[in-house]
Write a protein that binds this ligand. Structure first.
Ligand code: ATP
Ligand code: MG
Length: 283
């Protein structure tokens, strides 16, 4: 049995649950319970606030956890970052009132900066030799300058919309973050084994993200041209059809290229094109 800590509610909860489900670990939706058991894998799920996940994993309360790199960096706990998960992307940035002129990091010298990430910001400023006053606040950081609590902020940014609507502009992107799988450093062999099975499944799910499986009928003499259009996993699978002179071509394509590929294939004579969901890719 292995125990994973995930965010109880918030931005990472849904994607974390979905990843587990796609990897064949079904969790009954009983979020009011702090600890539940998954079906289909010897896994227990512990629901926590994201701030508490690095420590829970470092202390062994949970064996592994899904949390933003930003929280891992801030809490500075001794945990292993095992795998990047590709969701929850954001960055931690310095932002100042939009009417201020900005000529580089020196701007922050002697200023008061509001943030929920004093650890990361403190390390950044001391690396850069900036002396600033870091004001730690738990939430609503973006309103601090307009109410006179601080001169600037250091906070999570994804689209930047929140900054703009609070009259701020992003001037320094300090660190990038995404959700990661972290692990305790002292896992038993049995748990390591379960962990590598989990990562194997996550990778199969990740490889299929944004990919579609496409099949079509094509005149045999057009196969070579089709191969040039379709850079499949290795090369497309080509199967004979009962009707002579025709074949069936199967290939995996990136979803963002799907329509351009379809148009090119139709031009060389492809017919009956089917596009199917691709769930898992095992290597
Ligand atoms: P909790 O109640 O668990 O402490 P929280 O309010 O601290 O939740 P959320 O806002 O749910 O945190 O964000 C969780 C994580 O999602 C962040 O730490 C960050 O890694 C990631 N994230 C990705 N995009 C964004 C964004 N636009 N704003 C905030 N967090 C984001
Ligand atoms: Mg939090």
């Amino acid at each position: 049995m292995i125990r994973i800590a995930i965010q109880a509610k918030g931005r990472l909860n849904e994607d974390s649950m979905e990843l587990l489900a796609e990897a064949g670990m079904k969790i009954a939706d009983s979020r009011r319970k702090l600890l539940t058991q998954a079906e289909g894998f010897p896994l227990e799920v512990l629901y926590l606030r994201d701030d508490d996940i690095p420590q829970a994993v470092a202390d062994g309360v949970a064996d592994i956890g899904i949390v933003g790199l930003n929280e891992v960096g801030e809490k500075d706990m001794d945990v292993e970052v095992l795998h990047r998960l590709g969701f929850g992307q954001c960055r931690l940035s310095l932002a100042i009132p939009k009417e201020e002129g900005y000529d580089g990091l020196q701007w922050f010298e002697g200023k008061k900066i509001a943030t929920s990430y004093p650890g990361i910001l403190g390390r950044f400023f001391s690396e850069k030799g900036i002396n600033a006053c870091i004001e730690t606040i738990a939430g609503s950081v973006e309103i601090a300058p307009s109410v006179g609590m601080a001169d600037a902020i250091f906070d999570i940014v994804s689209s930047g919309g929140t900054l703009v609507s609070n009259g701020l502009k992003e001037v320094e992107k300090v660190v990038f973050s995404e959700a990661v799988l972290i692990g305790n450093r002292m896992l038993t062999d049995e748990k390591r084994q379960l962990l590598s099975q989990m990562i194997f499944r996550f990778e199969a799910v990740e490889r299929s993200r944004g990919m579609k499986y496409m099949l079509m009928n094509l005149p045999e003499d057009k196969v070579e041209e089709a191969v040039k259009i379709l850079p499949g996993m290795k090369s497309p699978t080509v199967l004979p059809l009962a009707q002579t002179g025709w074949c069936s071509v199967h290939v995996v394509v990136r979803e963002d290229e799907l329509w351009t590929k379809i148009e090119q294939l139709k031009e060389i004579g492809a017919e009956d094109i089917l596009v199917l969901a691709l769930e898992k890719t095992i290597r």
